[in-house]
Write a protein that binds this ligand. Structure first.
Ligand SMILES: C[S@@+](CC[C@H](N)C(=O)[O-])C[C@H]1O[C@@H](n2cnc3c(N)ncnc32)[C@H](O)[C@@H]1O
Length: 237
């Protein structure tokens, strides 16, 4: 595949209004904020005080807003094809007076300098927009190429088999998450049908493990799961 895997384009075809992303994601992705806190705990346990972190799909800046304030020696490069999402991230960084080395680049992992390597990388709620037609693997391989041996990699992504009974049962529980926060049931049904089920390319967890292994990640383990999202940590071979 000659071109970077491009999907989930939040500028051309946003699954929701970019201005509403921060509210939407907290309603529709169970334990969204906790997921970042747990990830932060893992990275702090592994990384030294000085570390350079690649944030793939930096979006509206959640990873950097969570990690940067308590880890002044960590520097960040965030890549994301969406200028609109990155504009929101920049606005939030400036409101919070985030200091330190933070660079946001509009583009893909491919747009990084070839020799640029990182002590850690994250890919949170991004890969599931790509089809399993070589695009998911290609994204992981491209990230892996920019990581130092032994560097930790965080993947948070949708997983499951849409035709299975498990998927159906978990979806019912998942839909209750926005419902108990006050979103009308019909709206939730419509968002699941028109947004989530049309944009998220679910694959079984076993396939996620296979993709990670093929892309060169070892000692992969799942540290969190909320409905049909999982959080995995692995290490570049
Ligand atoms: C659901 S948002 C997640 C943002 C952030 N990681 C978070 O968890 O809040 C997905 C982001 O991935 C970006 N994206 C889509 N395809 C991408 C790709 N191939 N490489 C990097 N980012 C991509 C989108 O533009 C969007 O900002």
């Amino acid at each position: 595949m000659a071109n970077p895997p491009k999907s989930g384009n939040f500028d051309k075809k946003p699954p929701m209004n970019v201005e509403e992303y921060d509210t939407f994601i907290r309603l529709f992705c169970g334990a969204y904020e906790e997921m970042f806190k747990l990830t932060h705990c893992y990275l702090r346990a592994i990384l030294p005080r000085q570390a350079k972190i690649l944030v793939v799909g930096a979006g509206t800046g959640m990873e950097i807003l969570e990690f940067a304030p308590l880890n002044p020696g960590w520097s960040f490069i965030g890549v994301d094809p969406s200028a609109d999402m990155l504009a929101f991230a920049r606005k939030k960084f400036s409101e919070k007076n985030l200091a330190g080395e933070i660079e946001l680049k509009k583009g893909y992992v491919d747009d990084l300098k070839e020799e640029e390597v990182f002590d850690a990388a994250t890919c949170i709620l991004v890969m599931h927009f790509l089809r399993d037609d070589g695009s998911k693997l290609e994204l992981l391989e491209r990230i892996s190429k920019h990581m130092k041996p032994g560097a930790p990699f965080i993947l948070i992504d949708g997983f499951g088999e849409p035709a299975s009974k498990d998927f159906e049962e978990i979806s019912v529980a998942w839909k209750n998450y926005p419902i108990i926060s006050g979103v009308p049931g019909e709206t939730v049904e419509q968002i699941f049908k028109e947004v989530i089920m049309k944009t998220v390319q679910f694959v079984p967890e076993s396939r996620i493990m296979e993709l990670l292994e093929t892309a060169g990640f070892i000692r992969v383990s799942k540290y969190f799961s909320g409905f049909l999202y999982g959080s995995w940590i692995g290490y570049k071979k």
